[in-house]
Design a protein around this ligand. Sequence first.
Ligand SMILES: Cc1cc2nc3c(=O)[nH]c(=O)nc-3n(C[C@H](O)[C@H](O)[C@H](O)COP(=O)(O)OP(=O)(O)OC[C@H]3O[C@@H](n4cnc5c(N)ncnc54)[C@H](O)[C@@H]3O)c2cc1C
Length: 402
Amino acid sequence: MSRAVVIIGAGQAAASTALRLRANGFSEPILMLGNEGHAPYQRPPLSKKYLAETPPVENLYIRPAEFWVKADIAVRTDAHVDRIDGAAKSLQVGSECIEWGGLVIATGSRARPLPEIYQNRSNTFELRSIADVARLGPLCKAGKRLVVIGGGFIGLETAAVARRAGLEVTVIERAQRILERAVCPNISASIRELHEFNGVRIIEGRGVLETVGNPSIREIVLDDLERIAADLVLVGIGVVAEADLAKAAGIAVQDGILVDDRGRTSMPDVWSAGDCTAFPYRGETIRLENVQNAIEQAEAVADDICGRQVSYAPVPWFWSDQYESKLQIVGLAKGYDEIVIRPGDRGGISCWYFAGDSLTAVATVDDARAYMTAKKLLERGAAADKGRISDPALDLRTLLAA
Ligand SMILES: Cc1cc2nc3c(=O)[nH]c(=O)nc-3n(C[C@H](O)[C@H](O)[C@H](O)COP(=O)(O)OP(=O)(O)OC[C@H]3O[C@@H](n4cnc5c(N)ncnc54)[C@H](O)[C@@H]3O)c2cc1C
């Protein structure tokens, strides 16, 4: 019987699981099975620096390829897992059967399926992988007209990079404001102003009726019949958990792969971490699509495999770089009933979200001090006095001293 830990996926969560297992002294074989043709790599730069500069792909790698060999962690990068058999403790890669003692599903997320009006068009793009950047990057030439469908983080970051490269950029967001799901109206407004200052047209509260042109989209027709000319169309309308493999194996899935606070799935000896999971957080079941969760939940999984039973109770954090600005969020901006807004020291802004008297999250644009203070307060579970925070003269450091 195998004692190996096999990890499906070779992304951030997979890498973090393997690294933590070895750091914990786990000495059995570890095998990572990825299907992208690359050693584990970081995705955040894809819509930021990497898209702008396209340096060698190795710059994205979480560890140099040789590292995995030295750490005795086997990484296969062209191994698409087709099926998991929980009873036999094995899985199938094509016709090959691989046995496992413990299994970690770290399959991440995939782009939401493209609406039909964008399907099979030669100038429509998504941005999730190195392969996607290899397709889009070389076409981002000054003077081209890029239409971004969806005013979420990836769409906006790509818009910023494209604008810097001299493209004419329009962002179309169907909701009333960009970043509506993630932040409050003040932060949306601050990011909108940033883009408009840089010459991007942001259209909010209007959807797309149809696209004109096949095989190449020439125009996007909005629901009020305005027509927007396009050379390139980036569709950034969110992701869904990559949970089909788990579901087919009979593992409980609800939006994502359901796990407990130690990353255990409903199947014995099977754990899951990262974008693909749905996990308990303060009485709710949530999903997170960020690096913090991919790393920390994976570490909790590795700890559990090694018999260290530590509950995963994160303070989520996230960042987004657009032009020279940095948006940072710590905590979960949900269920709040009041927002305290503070101007930052150097033209930035911070929004402090409260549910009653408890601080639940803070979102900042170009205000690193407010972000770091809030992160420490939330990590300590410390009280934050609303009245004092709203005083623009308050030196935030005093909150930590208290
Ligand atoms: C363009 C972009 C920008 C981002 N920017 C930020 C940011 O600024 N800040 C932030 O916090 N987060 C950001 N994120 C999100 C962050 O990158 C993800 O949350 C993180 O990568 C999740 O890690 P993961 O290991 O769960 O999934 P992934 O990194 O997606 O890895 C999953 C891997 O599993 C593979 N896989 C799936 N199914 C199978 C199968 N059946 N067999 C074998 N392999 C399989 C996938 O191909 C993939 O390689 C960004 C994401 C993208 C795409």
